[in-house]
Ligand binder design. Structure first.
Ligand SMILES: Cc1cc2nc3c(=O)[nH]c(=O)nc-3n(C[C@H](O)[C@H](O)[C@H](O)COP(=O)(O)OP(=O)(O)OC[C@H]3O[C@@H](n4cnc5c(N)ncnc54)[C@H](O)[C@@H]3O)c2cc1C
Length: 448
């Protein structure tokens, strides 16, 4: 059978369930990737990370891979017609836009009597599988995690790449970058496996202790690879034992699976409030907001917030602890709706993942799946002192504070020379904004 394999966020050859299913049924297999036509919204770093991921896949496939730029339904139907394809295979997406896209592709192909065969997922366990005894979805992470563990997952799947009847027509459109990147971006299946190997030997054994420290490289940095599908979580899970570091790492992978499950059951929460009453809260406008601009530029006057935002803009990645701190600051100190922050993250994060991003934001904003009985408001000074104890993280990303040698870098207003190198003063008073945030919470509580 003449088959098209539509690569999506599963850009790898090994442990790819859908690709293996396609290879089994094909006499000729055409790999294909469609770049979205509207990449300009993304930063050059994010564009480069996507292009590099596709380019490396093209090189890894013996025949090469056709690519095009546009909308998947049009580009796929065009390719199918031109090359007399009989079946299209792809990995099934479970996120809001991915699901809408595959429905549209399936409908267009149906008109041509061509099946779209969707297999597997980007997860160890397909979203929608883990449920309560009564069949309803789980709304809280810990019970989800317990059931997810009991459910279990399959072993990694191997493909003999040289035995696949690869074909390509040689059409390889790649988008051009809208700007330059500060460093060459690496993204490939090979690089993902190397990153995993490096993390296992250097940091996994201390992961449970180091993962929250912003000043250390204590985490895996595999989020890009997982978001791009250059590695499948099955591959990682299969190699994890039961040491404290391994156990906590498995729990973090499960957060990704949990958020995918939550988004699958509530596709509107990509941009809507998971807890709808929070849409009634009083928020400040992000439009023309000087505070929002200062947050984006890393110039709020709160060192840990500014270090984190500059890390995001300059490197395309941000530490998990920092993501929580800046998200809390935007929503609870600046009173700006989480969607504005999530959109800024989407523009910059090379590991952007719709479920983890929208629900990471909502968890921190207090309108998501957080099971905590109280309204969490991060204190940016205490967070800085706790998770960047020597101040190395701040000094790395905020040059105006490099002359301050110790932990007092988190409170430059207490120092005689705190502002001598041009660091901005605080744009808001945290204690006052904390009180304001709680007041606004009381208002919606009174309404509901
Ligand atoms: C506001 C906010 C936005 C976020 N947006 C994204 C996003 O767009 N894409 C993304 O991949 N992650 C997102 N996260 C989750 C988390 O910050 C990143 O996955 C993590 O920082 C990636 O670094 P790492 O690979 O070194 O993580 P590690 O600590 O090594 O964790 C291993 C893997 O587990 C998963 N993981 C870890 N923590 C979380 C978490 N809290 N939620 C979901 N998955 C997790 C990731 O896939 C990660 O690669 C967000 C978190 C917050 C608070």
């Amino acid at each position: 059978m003449k088959t098209l394999f539509w690569f999506r966020r599963d850009r790898r050859l090994q442990d790819n369930e859908a690709l293996i299913a396609a290879a089994k049924q094909s006499t000729e297999l055409y790999p294909f990737y469609v770049f979205p036509g509207d990449l300009d919204f993304l930063t050059p770093l994010r564009q480069a990370s996507l292009i590099e991921s596709v380019r490396s896949l093209q090189h890894a496939i013996p025949s090469g891979m056709d690519t095009s730029i546009g909308k998947a339904p049009e580009e796929i139907t065009k390719f199918v017609t031109e090359n007399k394809i009989e079946t299209v295979f792809a990995t099934r997406a479970y996120d809001t836009e991915g699901m809408a896209e595959q429905v549209e592709v399936a409908n267009r192909l149906k008109e041509m009597s061509i099946p779209l065969v969707l297999v597997g997922s980007y997860y160890a366990i397909e979203p929608g599988t883990v449920r309560k005894d009564d069949g309803t979805p789980l709304r809280v992470y810990t019970p989800f995690y317990k059931r997810w563990l009991v459910n279990g997952w399959g072993n990694p799947l191997k493909l003999d790449v040289s035995n696949v009847p690869w074909r390509a027509t040689g059409k390889g459109a790649l988008p051009t970058l809208s700007g330059t990147t500060p460093f060459p971006v690496k993204a490939s299946e090979e690089y993902a496996l190397e990153t995993w190997k490096r993390f296992k030997s250097r940091a996994l054994s201390n992961y449970h202790e180091d993962r929250n420290k912003t000043d250390l490289s204590g985490t895996s940095n595999l989020s890009h690879a997982l978001a791009h599908g250059e590695i499948h979580p099955r591959t990682l899970l299969a190699e994890l034992g039961d040491s404290p570091g391994e156990e906590v790492f498995r729990k973090e992978l499960a957060w990704r699976e949990f958020y995918a499950d939550v988004l699958f059951h509530n596709p509107n929460t990509l941009t809507d409030y998971y807890e709808p009453r929070f849409s009634k809260m009083r928020y400040d406008s992000a439009k023309d907001s000087k505070a929002f601009a200062a947050w984006q530029a890393g110039k709020t006057g709160y060192p840990i917030v500014d270090a984190a935002m500059r890390q995001l803009v300059q490197s395309g990645w941000m530490h998990n602890r920092s993501r929580m701190i800046v998200a809390s600051f935007l929503v609870k100190d600046l009173h700006i709706e989480w969607q504005h922050g999530a959109r800024f993250f989407e523009q910059h994060l090379t590991d952007f993942d719709p479920a983890s991003n929208s629900h990471g934001w909502q968890w921190t904003a207090g309108c998501g799946t957080d099971a905590s009985p109280y309204y969490r408001i991060f204190n940016p000074i205490l967070q800085g002192v706790r998770f960047d104890p020597q101040g190395d993280y701040v000094r790395r990303w905020v040059p105006e504070l490099r002359h301050i040698e110790d932990t007092s870098v988190h409170e430059p207003w207490k120092l005689i020379d705190g502002y001598t190198q041009g660091y901005p003063e605080r744009i808001v008073d945290h204690d006052a904004e904390r009180a304001e945030s709680l007041l606004r919470l009381e208002e919606i509580k009174a309404k509901s």
